[in-house]
Every structure is written in C-alpha cells, then in structure tokens.
Design a protein around this ligand. Structure first.
Ligand code: PLP
Length: 512
C-alpha cells in the first residue's frame, strides 16, 4: 500500500490576507452614533484577528474550497447505508423562509400554531407509514432515535418491575450505531450470526433469548439490502420471551408505503428523516431521527408532545406526561429538517412515495446484476435473492488474485471523479463495496458508473500498482485513515501548534 502525504496546497484564508487590504470602504455616516454601554468585562481585550482581504479574493477562496468537495449536486453519490439523495432545492428554500427562520421556541403557543400544526401533521404521516400510532420528532439523528427508542424499552420493562431485562439482541449485519446506542444506554449487547441467506439465523436467535431479553434490534431490509423474510417469526420469538422489537428505520426508503413495520410486529422505530425524506445527510450535519411507537410505549415518550385540541382548534405542547423518559432535545427538535421532510412528502404524495421506493430498489438491483458480472467481484450470500435499496459486492476474489481490494477500487473511482461506495461495511463481507444508487439516478447515469467501475478494475488487472497509488488528480492523495483517526488534527490552530513544535507535516510510519 502506498500512502501519500496530503497534497493540500490551498492556502488558508488567514495566510491570504495582507494588512490594510479592504473589501469595501463604506461612506462616512452622518447619523450620530448611539450611546451603547458595554460592561468593561465583556469588552474585547484585542481586535479580532481577521484576515484583511478584498472581496474577490474571499469569493474565489470559498468557491475553490467548495469545488474541492464532492457532493450530491456534483454527481452520483451511491454511498451505501448513508443514502445521499438529491434534495429538491425548493425544500431548502422553504426551510430558509424567514417565517420559519425567525420564529423562536419560547414564543407563546398562539403565535407558533403554524409550525406546531406542521409537526403534528408530520407525526401523523410518519405514524401512518410506520404502522405505529405515536410519534415524536425530537431526536436529532438516527442514532439519537435509537437511544430514545431503547430508553422507551427500558422504561416499559422497569414500569412493570422487570429490572432484569438487560439484553438487546442484534444480528451481525446490524449498523454500527445499533450496538453503540445499546451499550451507551447501559444494555448488554448480544450479537447473533446471519445465516447463509444473509438473514437472521432463527436457531441462533432461539439460543440466546431468555428472561433477560429486553429487546431485539434490526434494520429491515438489513445492511446487505436483504429483506428479512422471517420477521414475523422473529417477532413471535421475541414477544413470547417478553422482549420488544426495535426497527432501525434508516433503510426505510426501501419500503415507504409498501409495508409497515408495525404490521411486521415492531414496537418502536426511528426514521432517518434526513435520509428518506430530503435534507442533505453527511458531514455530521443536522438530522432528525423521529421515533414512532406502539400504544404500550406511548406513555414514556419525551416531553413536550405536540397535540391537537379539536374543541378549541389549536395545537399545543403537552408537558403533562407522568411517565415520560424526559427531554431528548431542546425545544421541539431539529425543526428545519422536519419541515424539509414534510415538504418532500407533500410534494410526492402517497403514490409518489411508493414510486420512489420502487425506483430505489430497481436501481440497486440493476447495478448489482451489472457489477457482479465483473471478474473478481461476487455477491455474497444467496445471490438469487433480490436486494432492496442497496447491494453489497465482495472484492475478496480480486484481492486474492491481484492484491487489489475494496479500498483500492474506491480510490480509483474517486480519481475518475465519481464518489466511492461505502467500503468495508457491513463487517460480515470482508472486502465490502456497499452501493446505494437511490431513486435519483437514471439508467444513463447508472450505466456510466458501471462502465467506470469496469474500466478501473481492468486497469488494475494490467497494473495493480496503479490501483494502490490511486487516487490521482485529487486535492488529497491516499491517506492513512487509521493514522488520521488516532491522531486527530481538526483545526488550523492545531496545525500551527504542531508546526511550532516541528511536528508538521507529520512523519508517517515508513511501513504500513
Ligand atoms: C442502518 C443505519 N442505522 C442507523 C444509522 C444512524 O443514523 P445517523 O447517522 O443519523 O445517526 C445509519 C446512518 O446512516 C444507518 O445507515
């Protein structure tokens, strides 16, 4: 493997400025200044250290930075599990509307009826899609929804005096956040193996359920894109053992309007509104992990619950939930995300939502069948089973043959100006390439992607070193991800500190 130092030559904005340079010189004002008294302890001791630049330089700098980035507006972004969909600009415009931006969560309820109505309606729609009648929009991300859902499960068991239920069972195909939320919540995680079809092994499940089982956590379709067809049987096993079923709805875009988790036997679920229903997802941006649940978990929902008083035709915030697990997020949650989701759902309507799911599934299966034709890539687990919204190919044969693995393929695609798939996840596929084209791409776009895939693997077969040295023509070369994670350098100031100590640029180990 050839790691390269980052060839990041874009100067920082602080390095571009020169003292005395100005953007604009506003004319002198003839309005007398207003006396404002700032307490001395709140006054700056020194002027802010801002770079002095002219406007053109600033615009060029930021435009260039944005051009160094790849985004869903630039091209296909088939990042499996992370679901980067195109987000209609009208939703962005709505979220930025001043009527939305300038409302304050401390405003009296009478003055925010519009947004309360929107929250209430969205909760109802999500409940309908989930097949679970209660909903909160508070959690700020999928993982936060998982954490809340697990809290509800715990509250339910504790309320019944069932304090020994501490086990959450999850398949080995589960998303990393599932075991993480479980452990953070104080539960004990029990992982069970998938069977040869990439689904939950029922015998393995039966072997671990006990009077300690608090719940079972799964995403369906799972992270292999395979629909867990035995889900009703699984629900029966868990319910008979006294546990509850948690549905990780991050993959909901595969099933919107076609099947409802409540009817599969689930008790609680989170949506990733920021994946399924508009909003750019990624880069740690804001999200919304709305949680829906059944009647038996509803009395533990976080406060405030947005309700409708039909007699007085007004929406209100209900804080009077005696058994609530408490607060999950300040105020009403990440409301701008909810607004985008609501706009997306209303624009598509029931039929449109179903159509998007069908298209997402069709696209994933099309890509899968084309890519598995490439010598060196295989579809692990039962290849007869259709996949849903995403598929996972395994590059292990290619790796054994010529030493080129999933990471090399990802970097070669980046060289060609395409976003890479998710790699090396799920963990049960060794050289995983996890592809989720989404419903946004048309056949021509998918064909181009498939073609580039084929071309790059053909080049790697001629010269494996070409693959190891990729990516080419990018601002940053092949970096050592593990080193970077263990040595977090997150800001310009940290670089400057390291420079002073003579520790920048970093010296990487010779031999990786
Ligand atoms: C299957 C699955 N579950 C949970 C999550 C966690 O969602 P979030 O990133 O919003 O916390 C993701 C994230 O992409 C996911 O793909």
């Amino acid at each position: 493997m050839t790691y390269k130092q980052a060839t990041y030559d874009e100067p920082l904005i602080f390095e571009l400025g020169k003292p005395g340079r100005r953007g604009h010189l506003p004319p002198k004002t003839d309005v007398p200044p207003r006396e404002i008294t700032i307490p001395s302890n709140m006054k700056r001791k020194e002027l802010p250290q801002l770079p002095e630049m002219h406007e053109g330089e600033v615009v060029r700098h930021y435009l260039h930075l944005s051009q160094m980035n790849y985004c869903v507006d630039t091209g296909i972004y088939p990042l499996g599990s992370c679901t980067m969909k195109y987000n209609p600009k009208i939703n962005e415009a709505l979220a930025r509307n001043e009527k939305m931006c300038y409302i304050h969560p401390y405003q009296p309820e009478e003055t925010v009826q519009g947004i309360l109505e929107l929250i209430y309606n969205l909760q109802k729609i999500l409940s309908e899609l989930a097949g679970l009648p209660y909903c909160t929009l508070q959690p700020a991300a999928g993982a936060a929804g998982e954490y809340l859902g697990l809290n509800l499960i715990r509250a339910y068991h504790h309320d019944r005096g069932d304090y020994d239920r501490i086990d959450i069972i999850t398949p080995d195909s589960s998303h990393g956040t599932n075991p993480a939320s479980t452990v953070m919540n104080g539960f004990n995680i029990i992982e069970i193996e998938s069977n040869k079809d990439g689904q939950v092994d029922l015998e393995a499940l039966k072997a671990v359920v006990s009077e300690k089982t608090a719940g079972f956590m799964i995403t369906n379709p799972n992270t292999l894109g395979i629909f867990e067809s035995q889900i009703e049987e699984i629900a029966k096993i868990i319910h008979e053992a006294g546990g509850l079923l948690y549905y990780d709805g991050a993959n909901f875009n595969a099933i919107v309007g076609m099947i409802r988790p409540g009817e599969m036997g689930f008790d609680v679920l989170h949506f990733n509104l920021h994946k399924t229903f508009s909003t750019p997802h990624g880069g740690g941006g804001p999200g919304a992990g709305a949680v829906c649940c059944s009647e038996r978990l509803s009395s533990y929902l976080p406060v405030p619950v947005v309700e409708f008083d039909a007699e007085n035709n007004r929406h209100f915030l209900n804080y009077d939930i005696p058994k609530t697990v408490g607060k999950t997020h300040g105020y009403y949650g990440n409301i701008a995300i909810a607004l985008r989701g609501y706009a997306y759902i209303c624009a598509l309507g029931a039929e449109g939502l179903i159509e998007t799911s069908k298209q997402a599934v069709l696209n994933a299966n099309y890509v899968m069948r084309k890519l598995e034709e490439i010598d060196g890539l295989v579809l692990k687990f039962n290849r007869e089973l259709p996949r849903k919204h995403e598929c996972v190919l395994d590059a292990t044969p290619l790796k054994h043959e010529i030493g080129v693995g999933a990471m090399d393929i990802a970097k070669m695609l980046i060289s060609r100006g395409y976003h890479a798939p998710t790699v090396l996840f799920p963990l049960i596929v060794h050289e995983a390439l996890m592809i989720e084209p989404t419903e946004n791409e048309n056949k021509e776009s998918l064909d181009r992607y498939i073609e580039v895939f084929k071309e790059e693997i053909a080049k790697a077969r001629e010269d494996p070193q070409y693959a190891h040295d990729a990516p080419y023509n990018t601002a940053v070369g092949r970096v050592d991800d593990a080193w970077a994670t263990r040595n977090l350098i997150l800001s310009w100031k940290m670089i400057k500190e390291l420079e002073k100590k003579g520790q920048w640029p970093p010296k990487w180990p010779e031999d990786h």
